[in-house]
Design a binder for this molecule. Structure first.
Ligand code: ADP
Length: 171
């Protein structure tokens, strides 16, 4: 696609191999993929925006066409600001579909010139989510096959820390 910039917005709390798979495949389709971490004041994330950005930068550093940023407000407004015409989203199981379709339609009513493009998950990641990873890590289970190594280290550190209670446990 000629000169197509895609925004991949999300919470990424934390980034998983499922997200990374979408980023890698997206970077082969578009000129640039901007992974945009959403600052959502109504959510209580495990990792701060800065931590999430650093985690994503570390595991995407070999991907030339990928940038990492953060934003607040509407994804379509952020896309416009970045001169991007595409919102990239990943689709897993059927439950994603309803939510994602609603969001895509709503975004279309807000800005007609921005298209949402979905990439279906690779089968091995179809049941993978940030929440599942946090739940496993919290109870000391193996997460090395689910998240990049830098994220696995940080998750284990986070849950083993003496002051882990200062962090909000995943829901
Ligand atoms: P959000 O809070 O916006 O859903 P997430 O970080 O959970 O943010 O997800 C960002 C995007 O990545 C969403 O489109 C989501 O469907 C997609 N995604 C999450 N996990 C996976 C996965 N395992 N495989 C493919 N896409 C995924």
């Amino acid at each position: 696609m000629a000169d197509a910039i895609a925004i991949y917005p999300g919470s990424f709390d934390p980034i998983t191999l499922g997200h990374l798979d979408i980023i890698e495949r997206g970077s082969q389709l578009f000129t640039k993929v901007i992974v945009a971490v959403l600052c959502n004041p109504s959510k209580k994330p495990l990792f701060s925006i800065e931590e999430r950005i650093a985690q994503i930068r570390t595991c995407t550093q070999q991907l030339d066409r990928v940038e990492v940023d953060n934003f607040s407000g509407l994804s379509v407004d952020y896309a416009k600001q970045k001169k991007a015409k595409i919102l990239l989203r990943g689709l897993r199981v059927l439950s994603d579909f309803e939510k994602e379709l609603q969001m895509a339609h709503t975004n279309k009513t807000l800005r007609q010139d921005i298209e949402t493009v979905f990439l279906t998950t690779s089968t091995e990641y179809s049941f993978l989510s940030s929440s599942v990873v946090k739940e496993i890590a919290q109870f000391g289970g193996t997460i090395d096959h689910l998240v990049p190594p830098n994220v696995a280290r940080e998750l284990y550190r986070c849950y083993n820390k003496a002051d882990a209670t200062t962090r909000r446990p995943p829901k």
